[in-house]
Design a protein around this ligand. Sequence first.
Ligand code: ANZ
Ligand code: ZN
Length: 797
Amino acid sequence: MKVDYHKIENKWQKKWEEEGTYKFDLNNSKPLLYALEMFSYPSGAALHMGHWYNFAPADTWVRYKRMNGYNVFHPMGFDAFGLPAENYAIKTGIHPQIKTYESIQVMERQLKAIGTTIDWDYELITSDPSYYKWTQWMFLELYKKGLAYKKAAPVNYCSSCNTVLANEQVINGACERCGTIVERKKLNQWFFKITDYAEELLNDLDKLDWPERTKNLQRNWIGKSEGANVTFKVKDSNHSFEVFTTRVDTLYGCTYCVLAPENDLVASLVTEEQKAAVNEYIALTSQLSEIDRTSTVKEKTGVFTGSYAVNPINGREVPIWIADYVIASYGTGAVMAVPAHDERDFAFATKFNLDIVPVVKPLKGEMNLPYVEYGVSINSDDLSDINTEEMKLKVADRLQKLGMGGLVTTYKLRDWLVSRQRYWGAPIPIVYCDECGPVAVPETDLPVLLPTDVEFKPTGKSPLATSESFMHTTCPKCGKPAIRDADTLDTFVCSSWYYLRYPDNKNNNLPFNSDLINKMLPVDKYVGGIEHACMHLLYARFFTKALRDMGYLSFDEPFSSLVHQGIILGSDGEKMSKSKGNTVAPDEYIEKYGSDVLRGYLMFGFNYIDGGPWTDDGIKAIDKFYQRIDRLMERVDDNNEDILELDKVLNLAIKHIAIDIEKFQFNTCISRIMEYVNGLSKYDLIPKKYLEDLCLILAPFAPHVSEEWWHQLGNKESIHLADYPVLDPLKLKEDKITMVVQINGKVRANITVNVDITDEDLKQAVLLIDNIKNHIQDKTIIKMIIVPKKIINIVVK
Ligand code: ANZ
Ligand code: ZN
């Protein structure tokens, strides 16, 4: 008989739902554990193998924790706003609302087919007004605290998607979505002041149980840099500008300065003769992305403004240039160039024939320019012959006294640009009044509903602006006619706080009840892709800290522990993609093998955190394994005697699963279960308790079939409400030894016994051996001599 996976799965999924097997109960006295997988975007393509790989093994971990005494909260939802549904609408004319909710239905069905422990009572969908009302509320809270502000800023603009992109959405200078080369444009945009939290976001990484790689990605993204600001006066003018440098010790070697082409000062600096060249250069660079501009291999370009600046340390007059290798948004958007000690400055100075003055030399040995290492100062007047570290302090100190600069810390992290000129998102709850200026929509008027009568086709302006009924409103302050903000919020705003909403997802009066959330959070285990390292995972941390400072939360970090799953590749070892024809659809495999087998293979066939290429052979092996267990169940024996060998492999499995599953090493867990099954296979009759233990240790890994076998063995309650077998360390002791049995010094038999057998038990056991009985017959036993663990010699007469 073959295992009928489908029948078993349908039966138990229905039963679990009816009986509320996975319903969360806050009042349960067991320790609380909040486990979460990153929610997914409801795409038309439905759940792919990557989703399954995220959700199914993570669910096994949850099941394991449940059976080990935790009250696990395990919700799921959908990150439903965003570009794909809108792009789909542009292509097909089908409203994003319709498409999104259709996709959600499909994905819910698929998720249920995995047979997870998700409690669907806590579901949330970010495009529901009942959710985005609170996303808008979050925006307003940040606005009230000065953490949301509007400013004109050079932004990444994709002319194909007709929208502004966050820095993170620009990949190698191109739009993440469509590949079009991104332009720089100045627009009025909303920002969140995440930079206010740069230092804390950086420091608190140390206390997180996150992969080191991810923490480093965030560290680099935050990009803390300790240096100094130096003020340069512009010669023959009232203007001055600041530069940021990490090598203020090289100030004597500054032979020119460079401003970013976007720097506002450029217009006032440029001389008549240089105007044409400068304007042409500015137009040219606006088409390049930041990444291209700063590329180290790119040929350096730039233009002289015609003006000079005065080096505050020695009065030297240095030419002011503009060049695209200086980024407007980093530091002060201006640099002091020291060609003798900086690669880029050196290349630039060489190309444009600018002076190169060495001001640092190595402690010993020859120096090649550019010399970028530390050493001793030279050519620096009275500050010559000083070590680099000390020199930095000396120069900064002198600048400070002159009122021309001092030590500062800068971050690469930029404020988060949150407005999008797109339709399918949460409208920004701000109204513009001629009298009152920008006015926050009062909380009682939330949500600002997303209108349905809009033009999706990109027109260059925000789609919401095409809805007359939406745009025209009255000012909440003075009651006069006013205009709404036509932009929507970046979908990363929705996902920055969703984990706070789950436990209280039906609350209509608040985004969440603080007392409840402070009890439930932080999330104890968060599982998702590493691609979110510098966006979602950073934004969510920022939200948590901001809400804490507003008094809504009492914890500092949203996710205490984080795990990234690897990526499942096509069988050709390439990333799965429709165009390569190497995708595998989970539904087909469930159809063919059932959900437990697919889950089992995803755990056994891969190192969870590495992923790897898909193979059909691998999945067959899991099917065979379960078939084999199914046959073992027929050997059940109602006697419940102990079998030492089985106790040992069972306890070995229990022990190692406990260690490995916490590292999300599911494959080695399953290997241990296989070893136990090998042990069981040696017996024609298997005491029932050993088969029950098999069901129990397997239950998190194969929830449906183990439930079925568990009931076959006569159990009445769900196996998923049972306790996981507990390690008995005594059973793991080196348990058996074989001893030689002699009679009057002659070897007559061997005996295998427990290593810790008492002398009395050993003597009795020896006398039961047939061959020994035969030799002793009716002779008298004088004594029995035991050489521990080796020999037992019976002296007879
Ligand atoms: C003078 C100097 C001399 C520099 C030297 C380096 C070596 P990090 O470490 O990444 O913070 N810089 C400052 N602002 C910049 C901007 N907006 N765009 C491009 N480059 C900028 O780098 C700081 C260094 O990068 C600064 O120190 C500055 O060059 C440059 F021997 O100043 B340095
Ligand atoms: Zn007004």
